[in-house]
Design a protein around this ligand. Structure first.
Ligand code: GCB
Length: 599
């Protein structure tokens, strides 16, 4: 027993990383395990299409905009807004599906929330937003504390000195106007849901606290758990303890330049779809303690194969948008995540592509528990401004925030840099630079991008996009039988690749209105969609470098590109399941393929 009790290694590695060297900001990791005040619920809102609460009539930024949350003090006061008598919206949530008049709205909405705070001189406080689409300017007690761009990743501001004893108010200017230089750009095939779409917290930490950590197996090594813990407001030599009780491992290390590195020899049971094992990992400093559930696995490619824990795996997947089942709008709860994931399980999947932007941390964690391998991507979608340096900085920031948040999730094996981007020199170097950044931040996972089909309707499609060189796994979006070629032609379509790399058919499919029946050559019928699946599956059986697929898509989702009355009604109908949860015929075709073929 004594032998089996943990051995304490003090490992001070001679090349400590600094916070800068990890490439991440101080974004707090694992906010669920922190003490916090929830700021969810009803927020007062003012819809402001002219941004009257921000600019004066000369279009100069006001210093007494709506963020001041002013109230009339005497009957003669002129204040042309009042949060207290305004409408309200639920946070988390999009505004489009909460208020009829905001269904198509793209612009500014001001959000305000009051909360109570008791000052404690031993703690720091952070306003933490899980996501706001698209641009957020945040004010606390009337003072601007910062801004953030990008609709699907978390951000935070330390606000300790700005909080007051008792009542405080936070105001957020949320703007989802589409702009050419944005990521995504003006053109996207999903609804531009605006709002504070994910949860908001006031997170409390000790002054010297654990900000961030990375704890995973190194590439190709299943016998060493390695990582670092970044400690904010500590000093060199501060002790950090990392333990994994179930593995009887307990390591002491020390902080140098804000980071404590550690390494432990151990043989964890590896995370895999059939056994999504995670371990409780406890991180301690003299003042702080964080607990997380972490899984361990390796992921590599060998020729055209993907190897999970050294074993060849075929990814039986489905693409998913963050669209709420039954009510549409953004997914806001764990229950909604679980409905989507249960459907994917029923379909026989071991893999999900979370398109086209990072989904919520809840989604990723739930999927990990259920054993789904995950592809996670940033919204570098279609023709963004590849020449624009600011656009690059924006994309890079979204990539960094995605990896920062999810780097400890074993379920994520693929970071996707882009979707269907048009070939050009500028696009190539833009995405190559993102790939480089992703590898610098995380050299344990695979990098991919969904490429456009190259050469429709021929007998053979050759994959030769130069971007194929930069990625580990090639994603191909291919719509044989829908956008090009007849359904009969798909079964005969051949594929070749100039790269000796695994290929995932990251999209394939066609549309159908649930309940619409007819001949298999009649568009929009379930029979047509089923035939698309049947013939494309035949095609895929013949691709020897195919390592998986994630057809488009699990459930019908709202898109303003889809106006066809009585069929689309603002929905992309390529779902295998309708937005009301009804399974179409194609669902069962794909399910048979996943359950019955020995891939
Ligand atoms: C695509 C896009 C996806 C669209 C889909 C479609 O290639 O990647 O975002 O929704 O096609 O339905 O056209």
């Amino acid at each position: 027993l004594i032998k089996s009790i943990l051995i304490v290694f003090v490992i001070i590695l001679n090349t400590p990383l600094t916070a800068q060297e990890t490439g991440f900001s101080d974004l707090l990791q694992n906010i669920d395990s922190r003490e916090k005040i929830e700021l969810n619920g009803m927020w007062d809102i003012i819809v402001d299409p002219l941004e009257n609460g921000y600019y004066n009539h000369r279009l100069q930024v006001k210093d007494d905009g709506y963020f001041k949350n002013k109230k009339m003090e005497s009957p003669s006061d002129l204040i042309e807004y009042n949060f207290d008598t305004s409408s309200q919206l639920m946070v988390p949530g999009d505004w489009n599906t909460q208020m009829d008049k905001l269904y198509y709205y793209e612009g500014t909405v001001w959000y305000k929330k009051d909360f109570n705070y008791t000052i404690d001189s031993n703690e720091l406080a952070f306003l933490y937003f899980e996501a706001v689409n698209y641009e957020a300017i945040v004010y606390l007690n009337g003072e601007r504390i910062g801004s953030h761009v990008g609709g699907y990743t978390p951000f935070q501001f330390e606000v300790t000195d700005k909080l007051k004893e008792g009542n405080n108010f936070v105001v957020v200017k949320v703007d989802n106007k589409r702009k050419k230089e944005n990521v995504p750009t003006v053109n996207q095939d999903w609804w531009n849901y605006g709002g504070i779409t994910r949860s908001v917290h006031l997170v409390k930490t000790p002054i010297s606290h654990i900000a961030d950590y990375s704890i995973q197996l190194p590439k190709g090594n299943t016998k060493t758990i390695e990582g670092w813990v970044s400690v904010k407001n500590g000093k060199d030599g501060d002790a950090v303890n990392v333990s994994i009780p179930e593995l009887k491992k307990n390591v002491n290390t020390v902080v140098q330049n804000g980071i404590a590195k550690f390494s432990m020899k151990t043989k964890p049971v590896l995370w895999e779809p059939e056994n999504p094992k995670t371990y409780e990992v406890i991180l301690k400093t003299a003042t702080d303690k964080i607990t997380d559930q972490i899984g361990f696995r390796t992921i590599e490619t060998k020729g055209t194969k993907i190897l999970l824990n050294g074993k060849d795996i075929f990814l039986k997947g489905i693409s998913i948008h963050e669209e709420a089942p039954f009510k549409t709008g953004r997914v806001v709860s764990k229950e909604e995540c679980k409905i989507l994931l249960d459907w994917a399980k029923e379909l026989g999947c071991n893999f999900i592509r979370l398109a086209h932007y990072p989904h919520s941390e809840t989604m990723v964690r739930e999927a990990e528990k259920m054993g789904f391998i995950i592809w996670s991507e940033i919204p570098v979608y279609w023709t963004i401004q590849f020449e624009n340096k600011d656009t690059y900085a924006n994309a890079k920031n979204q990539l960094t925030e995605m990896i920062s948040r999810d780097k400890n999730r074993a379920a994520i094996v693929l970071w996707s840099m882009a979707n269907e981007t048009p070939e050009s020199e500028a696009r190539l170097s833009f995405i190559e630079n993102l790939v480089e950044q992703a590898r610098e931040l995380d050299n344990t996972r695979l990098i991919t991008a969904a490429l456009d089909t190259q050469g429709y309707g021929k007998d053979e499609n050759l994959i030769e996009d130069p971007l194929g060189k930069a990625v580990d796994v090639i994603g191909i979006n291919n719509y044989c039988g829908w956008y090009a070629g007849s359904t009969e032609s798909c079964s005969k379509l051949k594929w070749a690749s100039t790269y000796n790399k695994p290929m995932i058919m990251s999209e394939v499919g066609g549309g159908a209105l649930y309940g619409l029946h007819g001949e298999k050559n009649e568009r929009w019928t379930e029979e047509y969609q089923a035939e698309v699946y049947r013939t494309n599956i035949e095609m895929m059986r013949n691709i020897d470098f195919l390592a998986g697929l994630s057809p488009w898509i699990l459930m019908d989702f709202r898109s303003s590109r889809r106006p066809l009355k009585r069929i689309q009604d603002d929905f992309n109908r390529k779902g295998l399941i309708s937005e009301q949860g009804m399974k179409k015929q194609a669902f069962f075709i794909l399910r048979d393929y996943y359950l019955n073929e020995n891939n």
